[in-house]
Design a protein around this ligand. Sequence first.
Ligand code: LLP
Length: 441
Amino acid sequence: MHEFRYINNKLYCENVSVESLAKQHGTPLYVYSQSTIANHFLTLDKVLEPLPHMVCYAVKANSNAGIIRILANLGSGFDIVSEGELRRVIAAGGDSRTCVFAGVGKSESEIDFALQSGIYAFNVESEPELVRINKLAAARKVQAPIAFRVNPNVDASTHAKITTGTYANKFGIPFEDIEGLYARAKKLKNIKLRGLQMHIGSQLTEVKPFQQAVAKVAPLAKKLAALYGLEFFSIGGGMGIVYQQALESGAASWWETPAAAKVLTPASYASTLLPILKPLGLRLLIEPGRFIVGNAGILVTRVEYVKQVGEKNFAIVDAAMNDLIRPALYDAYHQIVPTTRKSGPEIATDVVGPVCESGDCFCKSRPLTKVQEGDCLAIMSAGAYGFCMASNYNSRPFPAELLVNDKLTSLTRFRQYLPRLWESEKMPRWLKFVRLPDAFS
Ligand code: LLP
């Protein structure tokens, strides 16, 4: 089910024209397809069916309440990394008992709130964190369920900024230290050893690093399960998606595109990993973020100006690096397509935003059919790590977010009202001799 497609040269999200959404709600605008999100979750859930399992959606990929609710309704668990994310999950109708809490720097108040909420497990990333959790659990007179995050020292072959499973990274506990730590934790009265966890990186486009890491850690999981009665083994998130031809016509799903078939598909992921995991007899957890929402969202933007500088053609659009930072931060590729397909020659175009930085660029010298002022473009595969990494840089308000369900549409976030940008700022008292605008008084 491919939910962004052209019908009579107009781009549709499910059964709604994207251009009509841009007209009605303005741009920049994130648009998400509900059935694509559901389809991605259910596909993954299905391929894991041979094992008892829980898919824990990584909330950091897109924490919009509407998206959390869709996944909660489908029975998803949640991978959270902060009190804010846990509170969001609860507020959106998710169940705290399905939450696993990751992250290298959990604060005391975050741990305490998670204990109070009754989460499924803390994924513990260091010995001092273990000690802190034990202390806080003792104060509450409860047992904290934990899993240690093992760093298997396997290279995920992905972008340096999103690889996590080697000893050059801050994440997890070295493979060699894990057994000693379980023995230590076993002695702590307020700790309940529930599982083992790992996560080697994000946007993995081959199954091999997963296979290497799982094969390396599985015997350890087996041993620890026998010694301590563990319930689960979480192999983390990280399944990559196709960015290059996300909108290839004719494919039923992005993972059925020729590009995906060469890399990683749900079927190849499951058929490679499940045979290694099955003999463990443990509940399998996975923490996908990008896989579920990445290709389920687009960022719609309008061309403000067209400008030529020497040989170069710039399309200056109303979205910028503050709305979608992935190209600027990771040199990430996002397919860019017009919301109305026109005929005509393609010209090498830089699609850039209005922010005062040269890095504010969505693509460089990309062959695009000539665009004009007022045209709308869709930046594809923006559902994951898009809005949730947005900022107010250049005092630009957060864009709106909209969910489509067949012909229904609903704004799941209003465009930020400009005065909200300075609402929590306070003018120092000694500067008050100047006349103040109302908002600062
Ligand atoms: N589990 C843990 C412990 C993680 O750290 C992450 C992502 C996930 C699961 C979900 O990974 P996914 O399935 O989405 O690959 N901002 C970057 C990606 C950062 C990923 C951080 N951790 C980007 O835009 O590419």
